[in-house]
Design a protein around this ligand. Structure first.
Ligand SMILES: Nc1ncnc2c1ncn2[C@@H]1O[C@H](COP(=O)(O)OP(=O)(O)O)[C@@H](O)[C@H]1O
Ligand SMILES: [Mg+2]
Length: 312
């Protein structure tokens, strides 16, 4: 059952009250993602809602650095519209057949067919979200070309031909835009097939602006003083700046503080608030224990500069 949702009220952004978007009646659907707090950015919301509303034979490809909120953006839009999502994570050995389904042995020795995530999404009118799609072998993805365009899905194993539900959508996320990893930062990223990429519209999800990250931190660590939160965001942005391009691209750091990392840092500061230097202690656990000693030192120096006397 279709239901219309007010964009302003549903996503907490400024928009005319008359602006509505199609979703589904809230009902028991185990495939609808659980709602979590999410700070929506208007320009991203515009792209996602336009796509969900009328894909016109396209898939949607969200690209951006690690931990910037790509996956959760799509899931949280779907959560609020009560749209089912089947999420899979791409890897080098993923096969199209994994997405279609498989025969399983039932009690009594008979074989019966179990739909995979693509087949379920096509049948039920849900979103198939393939994360890290640029790690999948391009030869496997070519099999998706026709279904993106809205053509029927054929299951070679059973012979079934399924006409896609009108609400079926295919979305993907990746750190690259599919033309291989130019930066050397992301392992396993493969150059994708041009004909496949050509079926997607692109959107870029970078790290949120400081004002948006302030809102995020306010939700996660409401008791932390605002000045501390602002400084943590400043540290994150300085690390991101030094990191950009990676070591080969002239960046000086091989690790970065994503939005995911920033939120982890903040919640660890709250957890260890009685430690002598909770900020540094938590930063090590959130990020810098993953870095080499020299990088760890450089990151702590950045933080010390930003925090001044509040550091250690
Ligand atoms: N705008 C946002 N509002 C709320 N949480 C966010 C936002 N952006 C990122 N996050 C949080 O950061 C973490 C990483 O987000 P995720 O969507 O998994 O990143 P990506 O898919 O880009 O690697 C998640 O825990 C997510 O909830
Ligand atoms: Mg992701």
């Amino acid at each position: 059952m279709i239901k219309h949702y007010s964009i302003a009220a549903t996503f907490g952004i400024q928009a005319p009250a008359s602006l509505k978007v199609e979703g589904f009646e809230p009902e028991q659907n185990p495939y609808v993602p659980a709602q979590k707090p999410y700070v929506f950015r208007k320009e991203h919301l515009r792209d996602v809602l336009a796509f969900l509303g009328s894909p016109n034979g396209d898939g949607l490809y969200l690209t951006g650095p690690t931990g910037s909120g790509k996956t959760s953006l799509l899931e949280q839009v779907a959560a609020r519209l009560h749209w089912g999502v089947h999420t899979v994570t791409g890897h080098g050995r993923m096969e199209l057949n994994d997405l279609l389904g498989q025969y399983m042995l039932a009690d009594g020795g008979a074989m019966h067919w179990i739909d995979g995530p693509l087949t379920l999404a096509v049948r039920l009118g849900h979103v198939l979200l393939i994360n890290e799609i640029d790690s999948v072998d391009p030869a496997e993805l070519i099999g998706l070309n026709e279904i993106v365009e809205g053509k029927p899905l054929t299951l070679p194993q059973t012979g079934a031909v399924i006409t896609p539900h009108s609400k079926f959508r295919l979305a993907a996320t990746g750190n690259s835009v599919g033309n291989g990893d130019q930066s050397g930062l992301y392992q396993g990223v493969l150059r994708q097939n041009l004909a496949f990429l050509d079926r997607f519209r692109l959107m870029e999800v970078g790290y949120p602006d400081p004002e948006d990250e302030m809102q995020l931190l306010a939700a996660v660590v409401p008791n932390m003083p605002e000045s501390v939160r602002a400084s943590m965001i400043k540290v994150a942005n300085q690390i991101r700046k030094v990191f950009i391009g990676g070591q080969d691209g002239g960046g000086l750091l091989s690790v970065t503080l994503s939005t995911r990392g920033l939120l982890r840092w903040a919640s660890l500061v709250a957890t260890f608030k009685s430690a002598p230097n909770a900020l540094a202690y938590a930063l090590d656990r959130a990020l810098t224990f993953r870095a080499e000693a020299s990088e760890r030192e450089a990151i702590h120096r950045i933080a010390k500069d930003v925090f001044g006397d509040d550091w250690a």
